[in-house]
Write a protein that binds this ligand. Sequence first.
Ligand code: NI
Length: 170
Amino acid sequence: MALLPLLYYPDPKLHTVAKPVQAVDARIRNLIGDMLETMYDASGIGLAATQVDVHERLIVIDISEHRNSPLVLINPEIVWASPEKQVSDEGCLSVPGIYDGVERAAAVRVTALDRDGRSRTIEAQGVLAVCVQHEMDHLLGKVFVEYLSPLKRNRIKTKMLKARRETVRA
Ligand code: NI
């Protein structure tokens, strides 16, 4: 297993639309292992393949307190979303240090393949519903800051570019 380099907003590659995973094979299982390791190392609760510059429909999530309940969703599709909405503060490993409120469906039903290639259906609400929708947005090339006002988004963009420059100089 290996830590994978993350893409950081506003990297244009974060806006790539992911293609379906063609086969749940050894390559994909290796990628899942590396993505989980990368997510845990960064103390994240979710990671989309898009964020490690792999543009295939694959996300990993772990919202458990003890960081030992990974959820792997391959080719996820939202088949139902509740009309009720919830607003919660979101962050993103690709936009470090930024947290802001985003409105999303309070509950969703998702079909996906697991790491063994078996089809499954997941009912998600609360934090899990937020996380699933946030990660699935990444697969469509969408970063959560795009839900914020243009003013806020531009401020974040400037801050991120400045932080990147400082990192490169360091
Ligand atoms: Ni994210």
